[in-house]
Design a protein around this ligand. Structure first.
Ligand code: GLN
Length: 501
């Protein structure tokens, strides 16, 4: 592997700034590795060699001309394939969008382009971001670079695997119930879901709008901080966008890295998120990191959030309700494929039905049906209405414990990466992967996964940090401390040794 590819985005940014390397050289190295490894792990659905190299050449020329550039200028990035970028296909890993090419850029893409970061391509995912293993992609699963017989998590398995396998230093993911953090956990990468509204959702193809957030996928906490500074901040194009600055996340992270502690830190261990159903090794790694935080001066408090026991149930009512509404736009009239029925008269309704039947996979259909049911007149109060009440209780649990502590911690996922096929026949077993990540989405608070250990089988384990809304900076500080305590887990990925042939 080209030595450059093992470096963090911020290290690469320094090399670019000092003129030791060019963006064309770096972007070319990423593209070559993607070409070599993608047939093996299927992390990318689309690679834009020409566009990425043109953006790299442009930023090199501007640097040579003495222009003042953004810190990450010239550092390549990959996008999960549910974010629109003009000229590149966007599929959401679904057949229904066909070869649709969006006519506009998502706000995060606009900001990435303005920062001078070449976009190498679009990454694989569970169809419309529904899943925890990337097995629901219409284009085949992504393989986990730590063990190719295992899932890379989901729905953002492609972004996580691309970063874990050193194909690209940075990627973006989206997190509705854990799709940045759980893939992070099982691929040894860092993933953050910002406070709801802190990053624009304009141009993110909606799954469940009240839960969706875009966030960074990286190999270091500092890189995640740097990327969030690029994509975050107010956007008038998103009515739920917060009107507040992102904060100096990179500075905060480097201060913690230098000090090896966070002054006056109070950490809450959530009783409901670390007991039954979690693998022994996951729990052991969790306890050991918590002890590390204590040794670094943090006060550790056990807290209880009883309503979290109902978070998964509430999520699997609210999310499908929003899914059924959001996905109604894929009707064979506006975008993507159009299938004419053969057995019934051609009417608008029969074309829509035939298109949706052919275009959507089973998991997407399952959720649309469930969502339509829970929103129907006879069942609305019993299901959707009750779930919204549970959502309020979860928000209250958070508010109560955040009076006592600065951050909450838990394992990110109950297990290390499982094998392909292990959970595909049992949706409930698949849904249980998100048990620890979902509460943060329901409450809109920021949460992040940092790799904290490698199991005896050689699989990474993740540690979750949850902070109050708007306290993303505090979350990053604690994340940096966890990374300092845990060492370079991402660097231990066996894919570093893979030959590119
Ligand atoms: N795995 C969860 C689900 O299937 C979360 C998905 C996501 O965050 N996009 O809904």
């Amino acid at each position: 592997m080209n030595d450059l590819l093992a470096k963090s985005a911020l290290e690469l940014a320094d090399l670019l700034a000092s003129g030791e390397i060019t963006s064309v050289e770096l972007t070319g190295a990423c593209l070559d590795r993607i070409d070599a490894l993608n047939p093996r792990i299927n992390a990318f659905l689309h690679v834009d060699r020409e566009g990425a190299l043109a953006a790299a050449a442009d930023v090199d020329a501007r640097r040579a001309a003495g222009e003042e550039l953004h810190r990450l200028a010239g550092v390549p990035i990959a996008l999960k394939d549910n974010m629109v970028a003009r000229g590149m296909p966007t599929t959401c890993a679904s057949k229904i969008l066909g070869d649709w090419r969006p006519p506009y850029d998502a706000t995060v893409v606009t900001r990435i382009r303005e920062a001078g970061m070449p976009i190498v391509g679009k990454t694989n995912m569970d169809e419309f971001a529904m899943g925890s293993s990337t097995e629901h992609s219409a284009f085949g699963p992504t393989l986990n670079p730590w063990d190719v017989e295992r899932i890379p998590g989901g729905s953002g398995g492609g972004s996580a695997a691309a970063v874990a396998a050193f194909m690209v230093p940075l990627a973006l993911g989206s997190d509705t119930g854990g799709s940045i953090r759980q893939p992070g956990s099982v691929t040894g990468t860092v993933g953050a879901k910002p406070t709801y509204g802190a990053v624009s959702r304009y141009g993110l193809i909606a799954m469940a709008s009240s839960l969706d957030q875009i966030g960074p996928v990286t190999r270091t906490v500092a890189d995640a901080a740097a990327l969030t500074e690029v994509i975050g901040g107010h956007d008038p194009l998103d009515s739920t966008s917060l009107d507040e600055p992102v904060g100096a996340l990179v500075d905060a992270v480097s201060a913690v890295s230098a000090a090896g502690r966070v002054e006056g830190l109070r950490v809450g261990v959530v009783k409901e998120l670390s007991g039954e159903g979690y693998q022994d090794e996951v729990l052991a790694a969790f306890t050991s990191t918590v002890e590390g935080l204590r040794a670094a001066g943090a006060e550790i408090v056990e807290v209880s959030c009883p309503s979290f026991d109902y978070a998964l149930a509430a999520y699997y009512l609210i999310m499908p309700a929003e899914v059924s509404s959001n996905l109604a736009r894929f009707d064979g009239m506006r975008y993507g494929i159009r299938v004419e029925p053969t057995d019934v008269p051609v009417t608008a309704a029969s074309v829509m039905a035939a298109t949706r039947e052919a275009g959507f996979g089973d998991e997407v259909k399952r959720r649309i049906i469930l969502g339509t049911h829970v929103l129907s007149a006879g069942y609305f109060d019993a299901y959707y209405g009750s779930a919204q009440k549970v959502r309020t209780l979860i928000q209250r649990d958070f508010a109560r414990v955040f009076d006592e502590v600065d951050v909450l911690v838990s394992p990110t996922a109950p297990t290390t990466a499982f094998r392909f096929g292990e959970k595909t026949d049992d949706p409930m077993a698949m849904y249980l992967n998100d048990i620890a990540t979902i509460p943060a989405n329901l409450a809109g608070v920021p949460a992040m996964s940092v790799p904290n250990a490698v199991s005896a089988e050689g699989l990474p384990i993740g540690f979750q940090i949850i902070a109050p809304a708007h306290a993303d900076l505090r979350m990053y500080e604690v994340a940096q401390l966890v990374e300092t305590l845990s060492g370079d887990v991402a660097g231990a990925c066996p894919a570093a040794q893979w030959e590119e042939k």
